[in-house]
Design a protein around this ligand. Sequence first.
Ligand SMILES: CCCCCCCCCCCCCCCC(=O)SCCNC(=O)CCNC(=O)[C@H](O)C(C)(C)COP(=O)(O)OP(=O)(O)OC[C@H]1O[C@@H](n2cnc3c(N)ncnc32)[C@H](O)[C@@H]1OP(=O)(O)O
Ligand SMILES: Cc1cc2nc3c(=O)[nH]c(=O)nc-3n(C[C@H](O)[C@H](O)[C@H](O)COP(=O)(O)OP(=O)(O)OC[C@H]3O[C@@H](n4cnc5c(N)ncnc54)[C@H](O)[C@@H]3O)c2cc1C
Length: 593
Amino acid sequence: MDRMEELGFRSETDRQIFREAAAPVELSPFGLHSGMFVPTLERQGTPEQSRKWVPLGKSFKMIGTYAQTELGHGTFIRGLETTATFDPETQEFILDSPTLSSIKYWPGNVAKTVNHCLVMAQLYTQGKCHGTHLFLVQVRNMEDHTIMPGLEIGDIGPKLGFDGVDNGFMRFNKYRIPRMNMLMRYAKVLENGDYIKPKNAKLTYGAMVMIRVFIVMDAFKTLSRAAVIAVRYSAVRRQSELRPGGEEAQVMDYQTQQYKLFPLLATSYAFLLAAEGMSQIYAKISSDIERGNLEDMPQLHALACGLKAFCTWVACEGIEVCRMSCGGHGYSHASGIPKIYANIVGACTYEGENTVMMLQTARYLSKCYIRGQRGESLPELIQYLTTDLNVKSTLGEDCSFESLVAAYSHRAARMVAVACKLQQTNKKKGMAGHDAWNKSTVPFIAATKAHCHLFIVRNFVTILSQKKIDPATHNVLSQLCTLYAVYGIVENMGEFMQDGYFNQDQVSILNRKVLALLEDIRPNAVALVDAFDYPDHLLQSCLGRYDGQVYEALYEYSKSSPLNNTDIHSSYYNYIRPMMQKRSESKNISAKL
Ligand SMILES: CCCCCCCCCCCCCCCC(=O)SCCNC(=O)CCNC(=O)[C@H](O)C(C)(C)COP(=O)(O)OP(=O)(O)OC[C@H]1O[C@@H](n2cnc3c(N)ncnc32)[C@H](O)[C@@H]1OP(=O)(O)O
Ligand SMILES: Cc1cc2nc3c(=O)[nH]c(=O)nc-3n(C[C@H](O)[C@H](O)[C@H](O)COP(=O)(O)OP(=O)(O)OC[C@H]3O[C@@H](n4cnc5c(N)ncnc54)[C@H](O)[C@@H]3O)c2cc1C
């Protein structure tokens, strides 16, 4: 913190990069403070509230987190049970956890670190419930960090990852906070208890939308780090003879290894550009929202949900492929990959469970499809839904960007249409709307994945056609873009082929193209991972070292294992030796007999 001040880091991006460098192995216990608590105060507080609290947050005089999930409910926010009841006599809200299932459970850093929380609770005033709202709650004494009376707080115990984050539980026992601690930028409770409705009730969910956008960047960061490690190691690792009698080959020269890793390298680049594209869309629409124009809110919500889910799923699967492509050493923490996986896999669940997120996007697509059928205009990103599905692919030997984007548009449009038609057929059969929806959600998830995949391919292609890039770099980025798109088709061929969109010759072209691109990318593979410019300090990997001294690093790493502190471990004296002695004594006994 002091060092960031000395260096004059002002932008949140610079500060985040610095924090990651300072704590490369573990997630920071202040991540939720800087990433969610302070930005939510900024965006959901009135100007007066922001002026009062944000400087305290930014200077770490107040340390906070976001406490929404409860034992009984995470996904279904409307089902949260914590209550905040307004008492006009004292001008306070009374926070209460009326049931076991209403205990706040999971919020990061609640257990030991923070002294404040943003608590999501059902607002009651004048005897009426007005749904969930956010409240700023002091949870620990600012002098000695003791837990405030009226609260019960603790840690939830070990998890798959997130070792640096003290996820906790918190129970309120009629705990009072001032009226002005409700975040009132959009909804308000007046002194007499009158409730002023926000323009849209979902504005309270703004913090989640913002974090979902950030998570797309986390998917890029984590997948690309695993790819850096696996590609560098594959250049160092030699195994088996590729040419009979020749020297052992770098494992990266095996086509199967290239097929595992190069598409993930291409995916990393695609995700970086998608995350940047998503951030720009977020900046534009969120500033419209702040000015009171909510028109594009559903579009933003749908895009953030879909990309968050798509990118984290793909990143987690990809990281696991990277780990296995490092053979046995990939399984060791020395590779750095297990930690990357354990931390990012949580992102498939937190900030909205991925299936649930995909279904939010699916609902939006379903509505847009109906609008498109009626001839109404659609936002640019989903105009493809109205393309003619009878058209066949014009893809030729060059696998042009145009033909690839057309293929992805066709696949997504067809799959959305299939899911929507199933939903409509279900309704025609007499099913209630919710049943008709539920019984079409499997094809809707597949269609939404296709929609997200299209967004990423199209975004990559658009950037390559619009940005000024020097020809050599453009050439290699074009190879990556083509590989990302062609590989995606080859791996999901059934979805592209079901209606005969590609003919057999085109399928052969695509299969050949993937293999040709692996060869094209091979000479640049190490340079392409070096280009991410992750210092060794950040990767914390014996396998992914810049200097390639993998075996030296592994040997040193193993020597630092605590089991090597002594030659003979205490377990020998405590268990092994007594066991052996007992056996030899009983043998002697049997020998005497
Ligand atoms: C470098 C390496 C780093 C690696 C690693 C980094 C780690 C770095 C630390 C991170 C640390 C983790 C931090 C985790 C922090 C938490 O996890 S905080 C808790 C997050 N919780 C969630 O996300 C809960 C998910 N649930 C939800 O968002 C919502 O309830 C749902 C499921 C989306 C909506 O459910 P619902 O029942 O449909 O809601 P409902 O009220 O009926 O919605 C009505 C309408 O509003 C719309 N709507 C819903 N939400 C919204 C919205 N937000 N905006 C606009 N419209 C909306 C609906 O789409 C629906 O639209 P229509 O279809 O009617 O047109
Ligand atoms: C590492 C980590 C950190 C976290 N940090 C925080 C934090 O800081 N603050 C906080 O408030 N919370 C936090 N959480 C909680 C997190 O936000 C929730 O766990 C998450 O929103 C999922 O909700 P849930 O646990 O209720 O899952 P559930 O909804 O119970 O999911 C269980 C299953 O039900 C399915 N399902 C649920 N609803 C539907 C539906 N409508 N349609 C179809 N399928 C459905 C899901 O797909 C899933 O397969 C964290 C969680 C983790 C793992």
